[in-house]
Design a protein around this ligand. Structure first.
Ligand code: 13P
Ligand code: SF4
Length: 305
Protein backbone atom coordinates (compact mmCIF):
# COMPACT_ATOMS: atom_id res chain seq x y z
CA UNK A 1 0.00 0.00 0.00
CA UNK A 2 1.32 3.46 -0.91
CA UNK A 3 1.70 6.00 1.85
CA UNK A 4 0.51 9.63 1.62
CA UNK A 5 4.15 10.76 1.44
CA UNK A 6 4.80 8.47 -1.57
CA UNK A 7 1.82 9.90 -3.47
CA UNK A 8 2.93 13.45 -2.61
CA UNK A 9 6.48 12.73 -3.83
CA UNK A 10 5.07 11.37 -7.09
CA UNK A 11 2.86 14.46 -7.56
CA UNK A 12 5.77 16.82 -6.89
CA UNK A 13 7.99 14.91 -9.36
CA UNK A 14 5.29 14.89 -12.07
CA UNK A 15 4.41 18.57 -11.73
CA UNK A 16 8.05 19.49 -12.35
CA UNK A 17 8.39 17.08 -15.30
CA UNK A 18 5.13 18.26 -16.89
CA UNK A 19 5.55 21.99 -16.11
CA UNK A 20 2.34 22.16 -14.04
CA UNK A 21 1.44 24.74 -11.40
CA UNK A 22 -0.75 23.45 -8.57
CA UNK A 23 -2.93 26.05 -6.86
CA UNK A 24 -4.87 25.14 -3.72
CA UNK A 25 -7.46 27.11 -1.78
CA UNK A 26 -6.79 27.37 1.98
CA UNK A 27 -9.77 25.08 2.71
CA UNK A 28 -8.02 22.13 1.05
CA UNK A 29 -6.61 19.23 3.06
CA UNK A 30 -3.09 19.61 4.39
CA UNK A 31 -1.69 16.80 2.23
CA UNK A 32 -2.85 18.77 -0.84
CA UNK A 33 -1.55 22.13 0.43
CA UNK A 34 1.86 20.51 0.89
CA UNK A 35 2.02 19.69 -2.86
CA UNK A 36 0.84 23.12 -4.03
CA UNK A 37 3.01 25.81 -5.60
CA UNK A 38 0.75 28.34 -3.94
CA UNK A 39 -2.16 28.28 -1.51
CA UNK A 40 -4.30 31.13 -0.25
CA UNK A 41 -7.68 32.84 -0.36
CA UNK A 42 -9.64 33.51 -3.57
CA UNK A 43 -7.98 36.87 -4.19
CA UNK A 44 -4.44 35.60 -3.69
CA UNK A 45 -5.15 32.61 -5.96
CA UNK A 46 -6.37 34.85 -8.77
CA UNK A 47 -3.26 37.04 -8.52
CA UNK A 48 -0.98 33.97 -8.46
CA UNK A 49 -2.83 32.45 -11.42
CA UNK A 50 -1.80 35.39 -13.56
CA UNK A 51 1.81 35.24 -12.37
CA UNK A 52 2.28 31.48 -12.86
CA UNK A 53 4.79 30.78 -15.64
CA UNK A 54 3.78 27.13 -16.18
CA UNK A 55 1.66 26.21 -19.22
CA UNK A 56 -0.76 24.10 -17.19
CA UNK A 57 -2.54 24.90 -13.92
CA UNK A 58 -4.41 22.47 -11.69
CA UNK A 59 -6.82 24.09 -9.26
CA UNK A 60 -7.62 22.26 -6.03
CA UNK A 61 -10.68 24.18 -4.91
CA UNK A 62 -14.06 24.78 -6.54
CA UNK A 63 -15.04 25.41 -10.15
CA UNK A 64 -15.33 29.22 -10.14
CA UNK A 65 -11.70 29.38 -8.96
CA UNK A 66 -10.52 27.27 -11.92
CA UNK A 67 -12.65 29.39 -14.27
CA UNK A 68 -11.00 32.53 -12.89
CA UNK A 69 -7.58 31.09 -13.77
CA UNK A 70 -8.77 30.30 -17.32
CA UNK A 71 -10.24 33.80 -17.76
CA UNK A 72 -6.99 35.44 -16.63
CA UNK A 73 -4.75 33.07 -18.63
CA UNK A 74 -6.69 31.71 -21.62
CA UNK A 75 -3.48 30.40 -23.19
CA UNK A 76 -2.98 28.01 -20.24
CA UNK A 77 -4.55 24.58 -19.93
CA UNK A 78 -6.52 24.67 -16.68
CA UNK A 79 -7.93 21.73 -14.76
CA UNK A 80 -10.20 21.48 -11.76
CA UNK A 81 -8.73 18.55 -9.80
CA UNK A 82 -12.15 17.12 -8.91
CA UNK A 83 -14.83 17.66 -11.55
CA UNK A 84 -17.76 17.71 -9.10
CA UNK A 85 -16.34 20.41 -6.79
CA UNK A 86 -18.64 23.38 -7.35
CA UNK A 87 -19.68 26.26 -5.10
CA UNK A 88 -23.47 26.27 -4.54
CA UNK A 89 -23.42 30.05 -4.10
CA UNK A 90 -21.86 30.49 -7.56
CA UNK A 91 -24.83 28.68 -9.13
CA UNK A 92 -27.54 30.70 -7.32
CA UNK A 93 -27.97 33.47 -9.88
CA UNK A 94 -27.66 33.18 -13.63
CA UNK A 95 -26.97 35.69 -16.38
CA UNK A 96 -30.61 36.08 -17.50
CA UNK A 97 -31.78 36.77 -13.94
CA UNK A 98 -29.15 39.48 -13.42
CA UNK A 99 -29.86 41.04 -16.82
CA UNK A 100 -33.49 41.38 -15.62
CA UNK A 101 -32.41 42.93 -12.29
CA UNK A 102 -30.10 45.35 -14.12
CA UNK A 103 -33.11 46.70 -16.03
CA UNK A 104 -34.66 47.62 -12.65
CA UNK A 105 -31.44 49.33 -11.51
CA UNK A 106 -30.01 50.85 -14.71
CA UNK A 107 -27.67 53.35 -13.03
CA UNK A 108 -26.08 50.89 -10.61
CA UNK A 109 -22.58 49.39 -10.82
CA UNK A 110 -22.95 45.61 -10.56
CA UNK A 111 -20.40 44.25 -8.09
CA UNK A 112 -20.07 40.46 -8.21
CA UNK A 113 -18.49 38.36 -5.51
CA UNK A 114 -15.89 36.19 -7.24
CA UNK A 115 -17.99 33.16 -6.20
CA UNK A 116 -20.01 33.45 -9.45
CA UNK A 117 -19.89 31.58 -12.77
CA UNK A 118 -17.82 32.86 -15.71
CA UNK A 119 -21.08 33.36 -17.61
CA UNK A 120 -22.56 35.60 -14.90
CA UNK A 121 -19.33 37.62 -14.71
CA UNK A 122 -19.83 38.62 -18.37
CA UNK A 123 -22.70 40.95 -17.33
CA UNK A 124 -21.09 42.38 -14.16
CA UNK A 125 -18.90 45.47 -13.81
CA UNK A 126 -16.43 44.61 -11.04
CA UNK A 127 -15.53 41.46 -9.11
CA UNK A 128 -14.60 41.40 -5.43
CA UNK A 129 -13.39 38.80 -2.97
CA UNK A 130 -13.96 38.76 0.77
CA UNK A 131 -10.53 40.33 1.33
CA UNK A 132 -10.91 43.09 -1.26
CA UNK A 133 -14.64 43.93 -1.24
CA UNK A 134 -14.58 46.94 1.11
CA UNK A 135 -11.57 48.57 -0.57
CA UNK A 136 -12.98 48.04 -4.07
CA UNK A 137 -16.51 49.24 -3.30
CA UNK A 138 -15.01 52.40 -1.70
CA UNK A 139 -12.93 52.97 -4.87
CA UNK A 140 -15.85 52.66 -7.32
CA UNK A 141 -16.81 56.20 -8.49
CA UNK A 142 -20.56 55.37 -8.68
CA UNK A 143 -22.44 55.69 -5.36
CA UNK A 144 -25.12 53.22 -6.46
CA UNK A 145 -24.00 49.60 -6.10
CA UNK A 146 -25.87 46.37 -6.82
CA UNK A 147 -23.99 43.72 -4.83
CA UNK A 148 -24.47 40.05 -5.84
CA UNK A 149 -24.92 37.24 -4.86
CA UNK A 150 -23.93 37.14 -1.15
CA UNK A 151 -26.22 39.34 0.95
CA UNK A 152 -24.16 38.63 4.11
CA UNK A 153 -20.90 39.82 2.58
CA UNK A 154 -22.89 42.65 0.98
CA UNK A 155 -24.35 43.66 4.36
CA UNK A 156 -20.84 43.69 5.86
CA UNK A 157 -19.56 45.88 3.00
CA UNK A 158 -22.57 48.22 3.28
CA UNK A 159 -21.79 48.77 7.00
CA UNK A 160 -18.13 49.54 6.21
CA UNK A 161 -19.00 51.88 3.33
CA UNK A 162 -22.10 53.75 4.63
CA UNK A 163 -21.63 56.57 2.13
CA UNK A 164 -22.74 54.27 -0.72
CA UNK A 165 -26.24 53.17 -1.63
CA UNK A 166 -25.84 49.37 -1.75
CA UNK A 167 -28.68 47.12 -2.96
CA UNK A 168 -28.50 43.43 -1.97
CA UNK A 169 -30.17 40.32 -3.36
CA UNK A 170 -31.04 37.19 -1.36
CA UNK A 171 -28.08 34.87 -2.00
CA UNK A 172 -25.13 33.53 -0.07
CA UNK A 173 -23.08 30.62 1.19
CA UNK A 174 -25.36 27.93 2.66
CA UNK A 175 -22.54 26.70 4.90
CA UNK A 176 -21.59 30.00 6.55
CA UNK A 177 -25.21 31.22 6.63
CA UNK A 178 -26.22 28.14 8.65
CA UNK A 179 -24.33 29.39 11.72
CA UNK A 180 -26.73 31.04 14.18
CA UNK A 181 -26.42 33.65 16.91
CA UNK A 182 -27.09 30.83 19.41
CA UNK A 183 -24.12 28.84 18.00
CA UNK A 184 -21.72 31.73 18.52
CA UNK A 185 -23.13 32.56 21.96
CA UNK A 186 -22.68 28.95 23.09
CA UNK A 187 -19.12 28.63 21.82
CA UNK A 188 -18.19 32.01 23.35
CA UNK A 189 -19.66 30.90 26.69
CA UNK A 190 -17.60 27.69 26.53
CA UNK A 191 -14.38 29.59 25.68
CA UNK A 192 -14.74 33.07 27.21
CA UNK A 193 -11.07 34.00 26.71
CA UNK A 194 -11.01 33.19 23.00
CA UNK A 195 -11.03 35.84 20.27
CA UNK A 196 -13.72 35.30 17.63
CA UNK A 197 -12.48 35.39 14.01
CA UNK A 198 -15.27 35.29 11.43
CA UNK A 199 -15.65 35.16 7.64
CA UNK A 200 -18.02 37.85 6.29
CA UNK A 201 -20.13 35.16 4.56
CA UNK A 202 -21.66 34.56 8.03
CA UNK A 203 -24.94 36.24 8.98
CA UNK A 204 -24.81 39.86 10.26
CA UNK A 205 -25.76 38.91 13.87
CA UNK A 206 -22.83 36.44 13.95
CA UNK A 207 -20.41 38.92 12.32
CA UNK A 208 -21.48 41.55 14.88
CA UNK A 209 -19.95 39.47 17.72
CA UNK A 210 -16.58 38.98 15.98
CA UNK A 211 -13.28 40.45 17.15
CA UNK A 212 -11.91 40.15 13.61
CA UNK A 213 -13.71 39.80 10.27
CA UNK A 214 -11.79 38.68 7.18
CA UNK A 215 -11.07 36.25 4.39
CA UNK A 216 -9.71 32.76 4.97
CA UNK A 217 -6.12 34.03 4.64
CA UNK A 218 -6.97 37.12 6.69
CA UNK A 219 -8.22 34.92 9.54
CA UNK A 220 -5.11 32.74 9.36
CA UNK A 221 -2.69 35.70 9.30
CA UNK A 222 -4.50 37.37 12.20
CA UNK A 223 -4.35 34.23 14.38
CA UNK A 224 -0.71 33.49 13.52
CA UNK A 225 0.48 37.05 14.29
CA UNK A 226 -1.69 37.58 17.40
CA UNK A 227 -0.23 37.31 20.91
CA UNK A 228 -3.57 35.90 22.03
CA UNK A 229 -3.68 32.17 22.82
CA UNK A 230 -7.26 31.06 22.07
CA UNK A 231 -9.44 31.60 19.01
CA UNK A 232 -12.91 30.64 17.83
CA UNK A 233 -12.80 30.19 14.05
CA UNK A 234 -15.93 31.20 12.15
CA UNK A 235 -15.23 29.74 8.74
CA UNK A 236 -14.84 26.28 7.20
CA UNK A 237 -13.45 23.96 9.87
CA UNK A 238 -10.31 23.14 7.86
CA UNK A 239 -8.95 26.58 8.85
CA UNK A 240 -9.14 25.78 12.58
CA UNK A 241 -7.41 22.47 11.82
CA UNK A 242 -4.60 24.08 9.74
CA UNK A 243 -4.06 26.76 12.39
CA UNK A 244 -3.86 24.16 15.16
CA UNK A 245 -1.19 22.33 13.16
CA UNK A 246 0.77 25.54 12.50
CA UNK A 247 0.51 27.08 16.00
CA UNK A 248 0.91 24.34 18.60
CA UNK A 249 1.16 26.89 21.46
CA UNK A 250 -2.36 28.22 20.71
CA UNK A 251 -5.85 26.71 20.87
CA UNK A 252 -8.40 26.87 18.05
CA UNK A 253 -12.08 26.04 18.40
CA UNK A 254 -14.51 25.56 15.49
CA UNK A 255 -17.43 27.96 15.81
CA UNK A 256 -19.86 25.29 14.61
CA UNK A 257 -19.88 21.71 13.39
CA UNK A 258 -22.05 22.99 10.54
CA UNK A 259 -19.05 24.77 8.99
CA UNK A 260 -18.09 21.95 6.65
CA UNK A 261 -18.11 22.60 2.89
CA UNK A 262 -18.55 19.22 1.18
CA UNK A 263 -17.52 20.78 -2.15
CA UNK A 264 -14.22 22.03 -0.79
CA UNK A 265 -13.71 18.67 0.89
CA UNK A 266 -14.48 16.77 -2.35
CA UNK A 267 -10.91 16.93 -3.68
CA UNK A 268 -8.57 14.24 -2.39
CA UNK A 269 -4.84 13.74 -2.83
CA UNK A 270 -5.66 10.84 -5.16
CA UNK A 271 -7.85 13.17 -7.29
CA UNK A 272 -4.85 15.46 -7.64
CA UNK A 273 -2.63 12.48 -8.50
CA UNK A 274 -5.12 11.24 -11.11
CA UNK A 275 -5.52 14.71 -12.58
CA UNK A 276 -1.77 15.20 -12.93
CA UNK A 277 -1.66 11.79 -14.66
CA UNK A 278 -4.38 12.89 -17.14
CA UNK A 279 -6.72 10.33 -15.59
CA UNK A 280 -9.18 12.61 -13.80
CA UNK A 281 -10.27 16.16 -13.11
CA UNK A 282 -12.02 18.43 -15.58
CA UNK A 283 -10.41 20.67 -18.16
CA UNK A 284 -11.99 24.14 -18.02
CA UNK A 285 -13.19 25.13 -21.47
CA UNK A 286 -14.66 28.59 -22.01
CA UNK A 287 -15.42 30.22 -25.36
CA UNK A 288 -13.35 33.26 -26.31
CA UNK A 289 -16.28 35.71 -26.04
CA UNK A 290 -17.09 34.56 -22.47
CA UNK A 291 -13.42 34.92 -21.53
CA UNK A 292 -13.24 38.41 -23.05
CA UNK A 293 -16.47 39.62 -21.41
CA UNK A 294 -15.79 38.02 -17.99
CA UNK A 295 -12.17 39.24 -17.90
CA UNK A 296 -13.22 42.87 -17.69
CA UNK A 297 -14.62 42.60 -14.16
CA UNK A 298 -11.72 40.46 -12.88
CA UNK A 299 -9.21 42.95 -14.34
CA UNK A 300 -11.12 45.71 -12.56
CA UNK A 301 -10.87 43.74 -9.31
CA UNK A 302 -7.10 43.44 -9.63
CA UNK A 303 -6.75 47.11 -10.66
CA UNK A 304 -8.86 48.45 -7.77
CA UNK A 305 -7.79 45.86 -5.17
P1 13P B 1 -11.97 33.49 0.57
O1 13P B 1 -11.99 34.56 -0.46
O2 13P B 1 -11.89 34.03 1.94
O3 13P B 1 -10.93 32.50 0.24
O4 13P B 1 -13.37 32.74 0.54
C1 13P B 1 -13.73 31.83 -0.44
C2 13P B 1 -14.84 31.02 0.01
O5 13P B 1 -15.41 30.28 -0.76
C3 13P B 1 -15.26 31.15 1.39
O6 13P B 1 -16.29 30.29 1.65
FE1 SF4 C 1 -18.97 28.08 -1.71
FE2 SF4 C 1 -19.58 28.36 0.86
FE3 SF4 C 1 -18.17 26.25 0.06
FE4 SF4 C 1 -17.07 28.70 0.07
S1 SF4 C 1 -17.76 27.51 1.84
S2 SF4 C 1 -16.93 27.19 -1.57
S3 SF4 C 1 -18.84 29.96 -0.51
S4 SF4 C 1 -20.29 26.74 -0.50
Amino acid sequence: MRRVRDIQDEIIKLKKEKDICILAHSYQAREILECADFSGDSYQLSVMAEKATQKTVIMCGVKFMAETVKILSPEKTVYLANAVAGCPMAEQMDKEFILGVKKMYPNYTVVAYINTTAELKTVCDVCVTSSSAVKIVKAIPNNNILFIPDCNLGDYVAKQVPEKNIKLLQGGCPIHAAVTLKDIQEVKAAHPDALVLVHPECKPDVVALADYIGSTSGIMDYAIKSDHKEFIIGTENSIAEHLQYMCSDKKFYAMSKKLICSNMKATTLVDLYDCINSDGGEEIVLDSQTIKDAKHCIDEMIRLG
